[in-house]
Design a protein. Structure first.
Length: 224
C-alpha cells in the first residue's frame, strides 16, 4: 500500500509597517487551508533579514516601508532567494512605479484598496510561480509600453539612475539620518557615507538634503 506524502504548507512572510494592515492580511491568510504566516516584519530591513532566515515561499511587501522601501527590499530578497516570490502592496498607481516593481522581480502588484478582493487569487498564482495582474495594473503596463515606444521613437534618453546602494542612502538621509547614521546602518565608514552623499547630490543635480527629501517623496521612496 502506497501513501501520499503530506503537502508542505505554503509559508508566507508579511512585511508592512501598519499594524492594522499587517494583522488583517495575516487573518485572511490563516483562514486558507494549507497556508501559514511564518513571519511578520515592520521595516524593509526586517523583511530582508527575516526572508533570508525563514526562506518563505512568498513575501507580501508594502511598498512604503521605513529604513528600506519595499522596492529595494524586494531586490535584495530576490537576489538571495530567487525562488521566493514577491507580492507588492501599494497605495500608489503610476506607470513608473509599476515598471520598477516588476523590474525588481515581483510578479504581483496589488493596490491596498483591492487586497480583500484579489489577495487570495494572487497568492495562489504566485504559489505556482505564475504572475498575477489586476485589470488596473494590466492597463498601466499596456500604457507604459506604448509611452516607452513613443519616447524611443522620439529619441528621448532616460537620465542617470541611482544604484541600489545609492537608493538606500537616499532613503536613509531623507528619513532624517545623519552621515554617521547612514554609516552605522550600512556598515560603512562615515567618510564613505559622506562621499556617497556628495556623489548622489551631483548625480541628481541637487544642492541639499532638502532636495533629496523632495526627490525621495516624488519617487515614492518615502511618504510625505
Amino acid at each position: 500500500m502506497t501513501t501520499t506524502p503530506a503537502t508542505l504548507p505554503l509559508r508566507i512572510l508579511i512585511a508592512d509597517d501598519h499594524d492594522v494592515m499587517r494583522d488583517g492580511t495575516r487573518s485572511l491568510i490563516e483562514r486558507q487551508p494549507g497556508w501559514e504566516v511564518c513571519g511578520l516584519a515592520a521595516t524593509g530591513r526586517e523583511a530582508v533579514t527575516q526572508a533570508i532566515e525563514l526562506r518563505p515561499d512568498i513575501v507580501i511587501m508594502d511598498m512604503s516601508m521605513p529604513e528600506l522601501n519595499g522596492l529595494d527590499a524586494a531586490v535584495q530578497i530576490r537576489r538571495r532567494l530567487p525562488r521566493t516570490e514577491i507580492l507588492m502592496f501599494t497605495a500608489h498607481e503610476t506607470e513608473e512605479l509599476v515598471r520598477e516593481v516588476f523590474e525588481a522581480g515581483a510578479k504581483s502588484f496589488i493596490y491596498k484598496s483591492d487586497a480583500h478582493e484579489f489577495l487570495v487569487d494572487a497568492i495562489q498564482s504566485l504559489s505556482q510561480h505564475k504572475p498575477f495582474f489586476t485589470s488596473k495594473v494590466s492597463e498601466i503596463l499596456f500604457a507604459n509600453l506604448i509611452n516607452r515606444s513613443e519616447k524611443n521613437s522620439n529619441g528621448d534618453v532616460a537620465g542617470q539612475r541611482l544604484t541600489e546602494r545609492e537608493r538606500e542612502i537616499v532613503q536613509l538621509l531623507a528619513e532624517g539620518g545623519s552621515n554617521k547614521g547612514v554609516a552605522d546602518a550600512l556598515g560603512i565608514s562615515v567618510r564613505t557615507a559622506e562621499t556617497h552623499r556628495a556623489h548622489i547630490l551631483r548625480k541628481l543635480s541637487l544642492d541639499s538634503v532638502a532636495g533629496l527629501v523632495r526627490y525621495a517623496i516624488r519617487n515614492k521612496m518615502i511618504e510625505a
